[in-house]
Every structure is written in structure tokens, then in C-alpha cells.
Ligand binder design. Structure first.
Ligand code: FES
Ligand SMILES: [Fe+2]
Length: 372
């Protein structure tokens, strides 16, 4: 990426050096054309988190999911193999499934009853016996690549040959190294939040700790900012380890307990708060340039909800996620102001907890995916 080719705003061109760069011009957060390019170049071509294996535990279980504007479903076949398909009938395009549930043997389209096996093969199409040049084998459901990273499921729409473990090297290990019973994790809770902000603003906000002492008073009683260090930095993800303070009444903590966070390209952030074994998986699903939905999976050992997990849920839902939503919606409005185009990344020479270098890295990756 050469500086001369990078997009410019009122404070000049984006710079590959975070210490010198103005921030991403504000049009990147509301321009409809840029948004369409993001869907095509990012969401249609990246591994995106789509849920946890515990959400489809038994043969026949399915779950409909979206990756940006594309609807897919996950289904466990009779051999307990998890598959993913585009949620569209190959006859005339009716959607096949909605929500979640169980189909014992087949998936029948509600429009003209074409029926598909749980492996996606077309097994029956009424009144097609005398149809010329019609081969059911050519009308199987279109598959979506699916990867299982210790129970976390990632789907990739373009079905390219890339391998998840190659794209996210060592990611599975970061979970098993730090969460002793990760292979027994299940879903304790699923939450959705509608947010009036561009999806990137929500990811931006998760990419820096600069705002934590200012905007999250209660979280600051748990997190010891000064202890944060990068545990692993790869092209497509970063993993950070911090330590906790003593907590607060209702969430008393052993000082120094692990506080973990991950950011994954393009739209997933994860947190493991001290108090018990847990993983909060957060993904930002765009609904146009001005809205997104934040899907949250709260995972714990066997999906159990202990008093500690309830305290963590309350801290997340009632405190800092609510605070973050108010922040990102305000920033979204601000980025449409005629009084703002670009600011500065707060990134100096040190490797400090307040550095916005991860934010700059995310923006660099956005620009590179867009070919800007
Ligand atoms: S669209 Fe599905 S059977 Fe006709
Ligand atoms: Fe925050």
C-alpha cells in the first residue's frame, strides 16, 4: 500500500504510519457506494463468525444466519456433520428455512415442495419425471464453506479454497491455552442489539482501550489498563491479555485474574472477563451504511449460568455495552456533521494501553480490501 494511492480528506491522505496518519475520512462511514463495496469485497469474501456448535447440537438441527446481506443456514446432518448452505431453493428462489429448529430427514421448500437432504442434495421435485434434460444432481443447494474453531463456527460465502486455520493461524490455541475447559463451552445466552451506527464504528470502538477510563467507570473498577499486552498479532486477528483489579461488590475478583480480548477481521470481537470461565462473542452485522445489529453469544462451560456469569452479563449488558452503544451512535451522527471529516490516531512510539494503533490497523485492512 503506497501513501500516494491512499484516500485523502480535509487533513490529508491516510498514512500507513499510524503515528502520522489522519483518521479515515468520514465518507467511509456513510457513503452507499463504499458500503456496497464492503459487502462485496469484505463480507462476501471473509471468514465470518456465525455461531457456536452448541446452537445446533443434534442431527437435523438447523439455524438460519446472515452474513451482511446474505442469508445462509447451518444444519447438522444425520452423521452429525455440520454443513452450511445459502438459504435459497434452486427452483425459483424461495427461502427455505427461517429461525431455528429441527428437520429429521429433509428440507422441503414451502413454495412448490422441492425437497433437499440435510447434505443439500435435491431428493424430490414434484412433477418433474417427464421434464426434458432435468437432472436433480444439478440442483443441489449451494454450499457455504464452514470452519469449526474449537466450537466457534465461521462461514465464508465465496467458498474459496482458503483454509480457516491458515487465515487465522494459532487462533484456536489462544482459546485452549487460556480457557481451560474451552472444548466444553456452550451457549448460555444470546442477545441482539440494534444500533443506529455504521458497523465499522462499533468495531472501531472495540479496537481501542483509550476510552475505557473515561466512558466505562464500572469496567475500570475491573480492568487494570496498565497490565495490557498483546499476546498475539496476526494479519487477521489480535489477542490481548490484561489483568483485573479487585472488582466491585457482586463481582469480587482475585486481583491479577486474566482479562482477555480478541479482535478478528472483519467484524468479530471477543472478551473473556474475570470471575469465571466465559467468552463473550460479539459480531457486527451491517444493515445498510447507517445501521447494524450486534449479535452477542455469551458462552460458558456447558452453557451454565452461574452467579459469576450473571454478574458478568450484567456488567456487559447494563453497563459497558449500553455505554458503548450510546458512544457509537453519537459518533455516527458526528461523522455526518459538516464540522468534521478526519481526526488523528493517538499512536506514539510506545506500546501503550491507550494506543489507537489497532484501530489504524483495522482501517488499513478496510482500505486494502476495498482496493483504495
Ligand atoms: S421455489 Fe422452491 S420449490 Fe419452487
Ligand atoms: Fe467501550
Amino acid at each position: 500500500m503506497k501513501n500516494s494511492e491512499l484516500p485523502a480528506g480535509e487533513r490529508g491522505a491516510f498514512n500507513v504510519d499510524a503515528r502520522l496518519s489522519p483518521t479515515l475520512p468520514s465518507r467511509y462511514y456513510h457513503d452507499a457506494q463504499i458500503h456496497r463495496q464492503e459487502l462485496h469485497n469484505i463480507f462476501h469474501k471473509s471468514w465470518c463468525y456465525v455461531g457456536h456448535a452448541s446452537q445446533v447440537p443434534n442431527p437435523g438441527d438447523y439455524r438460519v444466519e446472515r452474513i451482511a446481506d446474505q442469508c445462509i443456514f447451518l444444519v447438522r446432518d444425520q452423521n452429525s456433520i455440520l454443513n452450511a448452505f445459502f438459504n435459497v431453493c434452486q427452483h425459483r428462489g424461495h427461502e427455505l428455512l427461517s429461525g431455528s429448529g429441527t428437520r429429521r430427514k429433509s428440507i422441503v421448500c414451502p413454495y412448490h415442495a422441492w425437497s433437499y437432504g440435510l447434505d443439500g442434495k435435491l431428493i424430490q421435485a414434484p412433477h418433474t419425471d417427464r421434464l426434458k434434460n432435468f437432472d436433480t444432481a444439478e440442483f443441489a443447494l449451494k454450499p457455504v464453506a464452514l470452519a469449526n474453531c474449537g466450537g466457534l463456527l465461521f462461514a465464508r460465502l465465496d467458498n474459496s479454497a482458503t483454509d480457516f486455520a491458515t487465515d487465522y493461524p494459532g487462533l484456536a490455541q489462544t482459546f485452549s491455552d487460556h480457557l481451560a475447559d474451552f472444548d466444553r463451552f456452550g451457549t448460555a445466552l444470546q442477545l441482539d442489539f440494534d444500533i443506529a451506527a455504521n458497523w465499522k464504528i462499533v468495531v472501531d470502538n472495540f479496537s481501542e482501550g483509550y476510552h475505557i477510563p473515561v466512558a466505562h467507570k464500572k469496567l475500570s473498577r475491573v480492568l487494570d489498563n496498565g497490565t495490557g499486552k498483546c499476546g498475539r498479532l496476526e494479519q487477521n486477528y489480535a489477542f490481548f491479555e490484561s489483568r483485573s483489579k479487585a472488582g466491585f461488590p457482586g463481582l469480587e475478583l482475585e486481583p491479577g485474574s486474566a482479562y482477555l480480548s480478541w479482535t478478528l477481521w472483519p467484524n468479530t470481537c471477543m472478551l473473556s472477563l474475570p470471575g469465571c470461565q466465559n467468552l463473550i462473542v460479539i459480531r457486527m452485522a451491517p444493515y445498510g451504511p447507517d445501521r447494524c445489529r450486534e449479535h452477542v453469544d455469551l458462552l460458558s462451560v456447558n452453557g451454565e449460568i452461574s452467579p459469576e456469569l450473571e454478574a458478568i452479563r450484567d456488567l456487559f449488558v447494563d453497563e459497558f455495552n449500553a455505554e458503548d452503544i450510546a458512544i457509537v451512535e453519537s459518533v455516527h451522527r458526528g461523522l455526518r456533521s459538516m464540522g468534521y471529516d478526519q481526526g488523528r490516531y493517538v499512536a506514539d512510539d510506545g506500546d501503550n494501553w491507550y494506543s489507537e494503533s489497532g484501530l489504524h490497523r483495522f482501517h488499513q485492512q478496510i482500505l486494502s480490501a476495498l482496493g483504495h
